[in-house]
Design a protein around this ligand. Structure first.
Ligand SMILES: [Fe+2]
Ligand SMILES: [Fe+2]
Length: 249
């Protein structure tokens, strides 16, 4: 599996990139832009705020305000940390072919949480949590319920969240290049280090989906994962309940 390629494409772009443009630039991803995955991405992209200019506007307004910018970077401590815990939780019952990659992925995300904490001068994240991390914790717990141990569902939501992260990273790199402030170098090196891992996460999850999207049910699961990537926690939990009921129908 060729997942560790084009590691600096996100930081080198320095322009905001759409999901499709990101995947085309990454040599490990581009060959997987085909079949059910490509059809799903084309169908959902116009419906996702994070794939369009709304998200660039949101990232820009956060970046433009020094206080909001620092708060956002401190919030990423928990997005990353709970993202790692999300994978560890799945691995408790999963021993299949992707276990090794997922184990490394979980370690990376906890490492990212630590890196953001170090940057923000905060304590390293731990299971005790913090108030600013509650939303991320609850969202990941809801995604876990939605996936419910199903590998396609789990890899779908994991991949989609990585793709969203990659899009947002290109916004940050673009803003840092165009409007550098006194903390430009520190933020850039933090995000550059993280983006190399994110390219790996994006690539291996896409390569896995390329192999796993073998029927319409799998495509529907991926579509739902895309749409749930910007849903609130009650909506995700509702989707989880409907998925369980559907499985038992
Ligand atoms: Fe990460
Ligand atoms: Fe990641």
């Amino acid at each position: 599996m060729n997942a560790a390629t084009s590691q600096s494409e996100l930081e080198r772009a320095a322009v905001p990139l759409t999901p499709d443009a990101i995947l085309r630039r990454l040599s490990g991803c581009a060959p997987c832009l085909r079949g059910r995955y490509a059809a799903t991405l084309a169908e959902v992209s116009p419906r996702l705020a994070w794939a369009g200019p709304q998200r660039l506007a949101a990232t820009s307004s956060v970046y433009a305000d020094p206080l909001l910018r620092q708060e956002k970077l401190a919030e990423y401590v928990w997005t990353e940390y709970w993202g790692g815990v999300f994978i560890e939780d799945f691995l408790r019952d999963y021993r299949g072919e992707y276990a090794k990659l997922l184990t490394r992925h979980a370690l990376d995300e906890v490492g990212h949480g630590n890196a953001f904490a170090q940057y923000a001068g905060r304590p390293a994240p731990s299971p005790a949590g913090a108030p600013e991390g509650l939303l991320a914790r609850d969202a990941y717990a809801a995604y876990q319920q939605w996936a419910n141990g199903d590998l396609v569902a789990f890899l779908s939501i994991l991949h989609v969240l990585e793709l969203r992260t990659a899009v947002i990273l290109t916004h940050w790199f673009c803003l840092l290049e165009t409007y550098p402030g006194p903390d430009r170098d520190a933020i850039h090196s933090l995000l550059a280090r993280i983006s190399r891992d994110e390219v790996f996460h994006l690539t291996y999850t896409l390569q896995a989906l390329d192999a796993l999207l073998v029927d319409d049910a799998a495509s529907r699961t991926l579509t739902e994962a895309f749409m749930l990537s910007e849903a609130d926690v009650p909506t995700i939990l509702d989707a989880a309940r409907r998925r369980r009921e559907g499985a038992h129908a």
